[in-house]
Design a protein around this ligand. Structure first.
Ligand SMILES: [Fe+2]
Length: 123
């Protein structure tokens, strides 16, 4: 958590190396994920339509920030990009094994998950 009382908490006395910048970006991404999680939980916890609209808009902006940071990491470290793409390829393979057509891109998941089995389903 940030230390807002200390105006120098986020300052450093030198420029970061690329490796340090990559570490900082990982921390920044963690902050974006935490923000997405919080805005989403607040969105789910209210029925006020204006609050829902504002919270979902902010949540989506945080998702865009995360995309920007990941893209910046891919620019700064091509080796890390290879690993990101490796992970993407593994998911694409799993989708293919499940018979889910990807047509070169990532297929969107169904909007509603399959209903969870209940105790009654066991009979
Ligand atoms: Fe953000």
């Amino acid at each position: 958590m940030p230390s807002f009382a200390n105006p120098f908490a986020g300052n450093v006395d030198r420029k970061m190396t690329n490796e340090e910048l990559m570490q900082a970006l990982r921390l920044d991404i963690a902050g974006e994920l935490e923000a997405i999680y919080l805005y989403e939980s607040h969105y789910l916890a209210t029925d006020d339509p204006v609050a829902k609209a504002v919270l979902s808009d902010i949540r989506d902006e945080e998702k865009a920030h995360m995309g920007e940071l990941v893209t910046l990491m891919r620019y700064l470290d091509p080796k890390e990009t290879e690993l990101f793409l490796e992970g993407e390829g593994e998911v694409m393979e799993e989708l293919e094994e499940l018979g889910i057509k990807t047509s070169g891109g990532i297929a969107p998941a169904p909007s509603e998950p399959a209903p969870a089995p209940t105790v009654g389903d066991l009979s």
